[in-house]
Design a protein around this ligand. Structure first.
Ligand SMILES: Cc1cc2nc3c(=O)[nH]c(=O)nc-3n(C[C@H](O)[C@H](O)[C@H](O)COP(=O)(O)OP(=O)(O)OC[C@H]3O[C@@H](n4cnc5c(N)ncnc54)[C@H](O)[C@@H]3O)c2cc1C
Length: 279
């Protein structure tokens, strides 16, 4: 049970959502967007957040879309991880969704919630960073559409009152050669010790990471080294680890040194598999 009163608002259209945000902003009420609710309910119960208004976006048709158009696969922010996985439309994103939490939670956690939530891993961001995905956001000043990588620096940078409506993935990425390697310390469903996600575009390897540092990232320096065919895989992997954007992350799952060690070995395996046409 949530131990305080709040206003529950369930708009049917993007316009209604924008009007609601504006109205509550004027009334100086703190509004929060609600998607799967798994994180919001936990945080409200624990007393770590105390919103005045909860705006549930699940009834807005644009937020539940999961279909291809001429050039993009469009995925509404309120689609659950399980819907995305079961659709099989973007296999790499499906692999990411299928390794977050357990099946019961996958039926509840949404793409928007995973990208915008407080838990640092945000593993669904990795396929989006690699596939030149775009994102539609809405807010008090209307709708805008931007490249996902221009709005994501480990977390989605939204202006006040903005929220994610849809993600758009270019069709080329849907069937691109890919790899998804998530290593956990104990159980398969744990948070990642490391997650290495890869896509090949025109035989050039693109990589993005979660768990390795305190935020998910993609690095042009790392990709340059990994694509340097003059070096053997071990050398490339070793050099790549030297280009982490910050020291490797330490927590109960593993120390920074251990994470760097596992990353080096994982990259080496990935490069060898590529070299031997096994991926
Ligand atoms: C058991 C368990 C295991 C987990 N394991 C992993 C894991 O291994 N890897 C991983 O990456 N994550 C993991 N998570 C984290 C999970 O993906 C996040 O907690 C996620 O926020 C929950 O999604 P939700 O749809 O329930 O979000 P909600 O609770 O609805 O929202 C979470 C936050 O995101 C905001 N938000 C939601 N939708 C939008 C939107 N469309 N636009 C703007 N803001 C929005 C909300 O305002 C809120 O601040 C795990 C969670 C659980 C419960």
């Amino acid at each position: 049970m949530i131990p305080f009163d709040f206003i529950y608002c369930c708009p049917n259209t993007i316009r209604e959502a924008a009007d609601a945000v504006q109205r509550y902003q004027q009334e100086k009420k703190q509004a929060i967007y609600y998607s799967g609710g798994s994180e919001i309910i936990t945080m409200c119960r624990a007393g770590s957040i105390h919103p005045d208004v909860i705006i549930d976006i699940k009834k807005i048709p644009e937020c539940t879309v999961l279909e291809k158009s001429d050039r993009f696969l469009n995925i509404g922010a309120a689609c659950t991880l399980n819907q995305i996985k079961e659709s099989k439309l973007f296999p790499l994103l499906g692999l990411a969704c299928g390794r977050i939490a357990d099946h019961t939670n996958q039926c509840r956690i949404t793409l928007g919630g995973n990208l915008c939530g407080t838990i640092i891993y945000r593993e669904t961001s990795l396929p989006l960073l690699l596939s030149d995905a775009e994102v539609t956001v809405n807010g008090p000043k209307g709708v805008r559409r931007v490249l996902f990588q221009n709005i994501f620096d480990g977390r989605v940078r939204l202006k006040e009152g903005e929220w994610v409506v849809q993600i758009h993935i270019p069709l080329w990425a849907l069937q691109a050669r890919h790899a998804h390697i998530k290593k956990t310390t104990q159980e398969k469903i744990d948070y990642p010790l490391i997650n290495v996600t890869a896509i090949w575009k025109d035989d050039v390897l693109r990589t993005a990471f979660s768990g390795v540092c305190s935020r998910p990232f993609r690095s042009s320096q790392i990709e340059k080294v990994l694509n340097d065919h003059r070096l053997i895989p071990e050398m490339r992997a070793e050099k790549a680890v030297g280009f982490l954007p910050e020291p490797a992350y330490s927590d109960v799952e593993g120390s920074g040194g251990y994470r760097a060690f596992v990353l080096r070995n994982t990259l080496c395996e990935l490069l060898e598999a590529w070299q031997n046409d096994r991926v």
